[in-house]
Every structure is written in structure tokens, then in C-alpha cells.
Ligand binder design. Structure first.
Ligand code: TXA
Ligand code: MG
Length: 319
């Protein structure tokens, strides 16, 4: 089947109320017609995702936002103009007709226009916005290849569109416009610095909250089965010497321990390349039946912030 034929079939499935996994520039999504509550409910079932966790609505044209949101603050407009299509999600007050299951009963809706030819062609062809979370079981790492989706959700979805590896590799940046000052709910593919260069200072939500406004903000999220340790110290490496250890390195590591396996995220030290490789590298380590994974810390700047956010959530002991 050619890509065009596959997109055609996928659109047909979505129009009939089915669910389709599709590539975006960030991670693979699991999509349904945003205005078909039963189809959206199946996404929650397949992912075992709690119903209090709302979905992002994907559009193929910025003008669609006017139909989905009550109002678009000028800062949101500026960012949409600058970064769409791209890894930026805006949270706005929603129009009444968006089904509650999509917004989890909140008065708001999260919207983004992905920068991936297959995703855009799919949305255009089904002629409806597509509600889609990342195509992984709830709480696990997001998939960045069609293979990842097949491994974990394979027979439970109606079709998987294969667009190869996702070029960005971490999820979209989520910004909320409900308060006077825009608020960063999740760092992601568009860096905070890039956003602030367009609209000035934004508020930053801390990871730990009693009642998260985005469950992607739950401390333990994006977690592999193998424990990941981020706060390790060379001084303590002796205590790990009888263990099977994997190492998640930014660049080439110095060889001070016999690691079972090493994953290098970017030999040349490029944050973009590191982000694009992050989830695949963790999955490869997670498949090796290791006792633990030591991860190297990234500087908290640019994409390093999104990478550190995902690593922290993957290491958190709390459920
Ligand atoms: O890059 C991405 O954003 C990917 C691709 C597939 O587009 N999607 C993605 O979706 O990461 P998901 O569902 O795995 O994460 C979306 C996050 C969740 O943490 C959810 O709680 C939050 O967005 N969210 C959705 N609607 C929201 C809303 N109305 N207010 C606050 N947070 C919201
Ligand atoms: Mg997700």
C-alpha cells in the first residue's frame, strides 16, 4: 500500500468512528474524530488512560482554532503564527460543542497543528479535527516509531500509519492562556526561550502539584520498567558494581564503569538529535532486563529542559 492509499484508508476509518495511530513531528498519536465521543472513548480504553486526562485536538489549519475556542488571546495568536505547524499546543477556553470526553469536563481545549505531512494529509482528508494522545499505554514512554506502537498497542488499533521515526522526538510544548500571564504546562519541542522571545516572560508550573492541570505533569509519567537514576555521583558507583547497568549518555561517556550497555543520544552534543533519540534509546535499554539505568543530566536550556523534564518523570519514585 502506498502512503497515499494508507492515508486514504486511515481517513475512511476515522470518518467511520475508528481509531488510527499516526506519525507527527513529535511522537506518534492515537487519533479519532474529535466530535465522535464513542470513538474517543475507545482511545481511553485502549490506552487505559484515566478519563480525567484531556486530549489534544489536532488541526490542519490555524483558522480552525476559531471554531474550537471561544477566544484567542493575542499572545496565543502570535505564537500560532510563529510556530504552527509545529510542536506547540495552546490551551484555550473551549466552544460548547467539543465533547466533554475530549476535554475531560474542563472548560478548556488543547489544540495544535502538527508539522508532519502524513498527519496534515490525514486531518485534511477526514475533514474533522483529530483528538489524539500519544499512542502508548498510559504512563509509559511515547512512541517515536510505528514499531513502538505495534509492539504495545498493535492489534487494538484499526490502522497504524508508518511515517518513519519522529524528527523531534519529545512531545509538544503546552502553554495555557487562561490566566493573565501565559503558563507553561509542559516543556516540549518548542523551547521556553523561543516562546519568550515572541511574547515575553511566561509562568512556569512546577512538576509536583496536588491536582495536576495536565496529567502529563504527574510526577511519574513517561516511565520505563527499569528504574532510571538521574542523581548519581561517581563517588557512589562502587555500590552498583554487581548490578547490570545501562548508561544513557548525552555524548560519549568516560569509561569509568563496565556498563552492560551504553546509549549515546548525540555524539556531536546536539540537543535536537538527543531529543529525537531519547525515547527509542530508553526503550532499547528497557528491553535489556537491566537492574538500573544511569542517565546523564542535561543543561536546563533549550530542548534540554524538555529532555530533563521527561527524565525526571521517568525516575520519579512516586506513582
Ligand atoms: O506532541 C504531542 O503533544 C503529542 C502528539 C501526538 O501531538 N501528544 C501528546 O498527547 O503528547 P498526550 O495526551 O500524551 O499529552 C497531552 C497532555 C496531557 O498531559 C494532557 O493532560 C494535557 O496535554 N492536556 C490536554 N488538554 C488539556 C487542557 N484542556 N488543559 C490542560 N492540559 C491539557
Ligand atoms: Mg502521552
Amino acid at each position: 500500500m502506498s502512503d497515499n492509499q494508507a492515508i486514504h484508508r486511515a481517513a475512511e476509518i476515522i470518518r467511520r468512528g475508528g481509531i488510527v495511530a499516526f506519525p507527527t513531528e513529535t511522537v506518534y498519536g492515537l487519533g479519532a474524530d474529535a466530535f465522535h465521543p464513542l470513538a474517543v472513548a475507545r482511545i481511553f480504553e485502549v490506552k487505559r488512560r484515566p478519563y480525567f486526562d484531556p486530549l489534544i485536538v489536532h488541526v490542519a489549519n490555524p483558522s480552525k482554532v476559531e471554531e474550537l475556542a471561544k477566544e484567542i488571546p493575542s499572545n496565543a495568536k502570535k505564537l500560532i503564527e510563529r510556530f504552527w505547524p509545529g510542536p506547540l499546543t495552546v490551551v484555550l477556553l473551549k466552544e460548547e460543542d467539543i465533547p466533554d470526553i475530549v476535554s475531560a469536563g474542563l472548560p478548556t481545549v488543547a489544540i495544535r497543528m502538527p508539522n508532519h505531512p502524513m498527519a496534515l494529509a490525514l486531518i485534511k482528508e477526514c475533514e474533522c479535527p483529530i483528538a489524539a494522545p500519544s499512542a502508548n499505554p498510559f504512563g509509559y514512554l511515547s512512541p517515536t516509531t510505528a514499531e513502538h506502537v505495534r509492539d504495545q498497542l498493535g492489534d487494538q488499533v484499526d490502522l497504524i500509519l508508518d511515517g518513519g521515526p519522529c524528527p523531534v522526538g519529545v512531545e509538544s510544548t503546552i502553554l495555557s492562556f487562561l490566566e493573565e500571564k501565559p503558563r507553561l504546562l509542559r516543556p516540549g519541542g518548542v523551547s521556553l526561550e523561543e516562546i519568550e522571545s515572541v511574547i515575553g516572560e511566561v509562568e512556569i508550573s512546577p512538576i509536583k502539584q496536588d491536582r495536576p492541570s495536565a496529567p502529563g505533569m504527574l510526577p511519574r509519567h513517561y516511565a520505563p520498567r527499569t528504574p532510571i537514576v538521574l542523581d548519581w555521583d561517581e563517588k557512589h558507583l562502587d555500590s552498583y558494581k554487581d548490578k547490570r547497568i545501562g548508561f544513557l549518555a548525552f555524548q560519549e561517556p568516560e569509561n569509568f564503569l563496565k556498563f552492560q550497555h551504553i546509549e549515546v543520544l548525540s555524539k556531536k552534543g546536539d540537543f535536537r538529535e538527543a531529543a529525537a533519540n531519547l525515547f527509542s534509546a530508553i526503550r532499547r535499554l528497557d528491553a535489556l532486563d537491566l537492574d538500573l539505568i544511569l542517565a546523564e543530566a542535561f543543561p536546563e536550556a533549550g530542548l534540554g529542559r524538555a529532555i530533563m523534564d521527561r527524565l525526571r518523570r521517568a525516575t520519579s519514585k512516586e506513582e
